[in-house]
Ligand binder design. Structure first.
Ligand code: SAM
Length: 339
């Protein structure tokens, strides 16, 4: 006897897709690797040491289950985790699956290959600034230059009411155009950049402006902090970091308890020419992503300002506070905090 084919509503398929996607150790590890990062298919194939077509298959299964989503960055497509939606069928399972996945420890060789992918991204960014320091200002003008958002940034900074004894740290000062503003407002300013060429431009700028309270350091912002400051500032730097979510964790460690992290950053855009012309690794960021990464780093979102430009770019000026209570911070000791 031929039985009629069972007709099931679409949400049954969706739930089954979710269960199927979670039923494979490699896919669970891919989800773990995407916890705090986004990777292209080639990068994931490299990280998990499998062929590109095999990885594409796994990503397709994860995408059908709505566990991952894609974002185009220039010619490359990057995969990231999707957030669970509590109200849809499978939402609770999705959320519980990710929570369990986050308890997995990735194998050491996978971690080493993730570090290698990050190193490749960082090298591309550093190489750009080494080659393009001479034409930096002109390139920056193509997107958004400091004079276009300086006043808004200063109004945000000035509402924070720092004491005259407070200290500031600028990460990635570039040519140093913002350093005079910081030097005027803070007792001591540290500026660190991992490009000797850019740091030299900043040094000249400080010299010309006669700044005596600015200490320039050649260092990578993602290394362990040698110092902390009341106010940590990054203007148009985050999109040059290999792993911005992870960077946010590090940057939170640079901020003294009760202090602030101020970030000027491009909103998400699709102008992929900026990767070539301006060395950008990421095409801006969603506002929600910055807030999510900051909260995960123990920071509290404060005021934000958004400025649109005629060329279509939009800048987000974001303030994140490091609360007095240290209960939310897991990775820094009391001694570190008072350093
Ligand atoms: C686009 S420029 C921004 C310069 C300046 N803040 C401005 O708004 O004009 C980015 C700067 O960040 C620096 N940079 C990029 N990655 C860095 C890292 N990991 N550590 C320290 N500096 C970094 C670059 O060398 C460059 O000077």
């Amino acid at each position: 006897m031929n039985l009629p084919e069972l007709q099931l509503p679409a949400d049954h398929d969706q739930l089954a897709a979710l269960c199927k996607a979670g039923g494979d150790p490699l896919r669970l590890n891919v989800l773990r690797a995407l916890a705090n990062d986004s990777f292209g298919v080639l990068e994931l194939a490299q990280i998990f040491a499998i062929g590109q077509s095999g990885m594409s298959h796994h990503l397709k299964v994860l995408a059908q289950a709505r566990l991952v989503t894609t974002r185009r960055e220039g010619n490359a497509v990057f995969y990231r985790r999707s957030l669970a939606q509590a109200e849809v069928l499978g939402g609770a399972l999705h959320s519980a699956l990710l929570a369990e996945v986050d308890r997995l420890t990735l194998p050491a060789d996978v971690l080493a290959r993730i570090a290698a992918v990050h190193a490749q991204r960082s090298a591309a960014s550093q190489d750009f600034f080494a080659r393009m320091a001479g034409s930096f200002a002109a390139r920056q003008d193509l997107i958004a230059s400091l004079p276009q958002y300086r006043d808004s940034l200063l109004s945000l900074l000035d509402t924070l009411g720092f004491a005259p004894t407070a200290t500031a740290l600028e990460v990635g000062p570039g040519e140093g155009a913002f350093l005079p503003e910081l030097a005027r407002r803070f007792a001591q300013v540290t500026a660190l950049d991992n490009s000797p060429e850019m740091l030299e431009l900043a040094r000249r700028h400080c010299e010309q402006a006669g700044l005596t309270n600015v200490n320039l350091q050649l260092a990578d912002a993602l290394d362990d902090p040698g110092t902390q400051a009341d106010c940590v500032v990054l203007n148009m730097v985050l999109h040059h970091f290999a792993a911005p979510a992870e960077a946010m964790q590090r940057l939170a460690g640079w901020v003294k308890t009760g202090g602030s992290l101020l970030i000027s950053e491009l909103c998400s855009h699709d102008q992929s020419w900026t990767r070539e012309a301006c060395g950008d690794l990421w095409l801006g960021f969603d506002q929600d992503d910055l807030a999510r990464w900051a909260i995960a780093a123990g920071l509290v979102p404060g005021e934000s300002l958004y400025i649109g430009f005629k060329n279509g770019f939009q800048i987000q000026l974001r303030h994140f506070a490091r609360p007095d209570s240290r209960s939310t911070l897991t990775d820094r000791s009391e001694q570190d905090t008072d350093r």
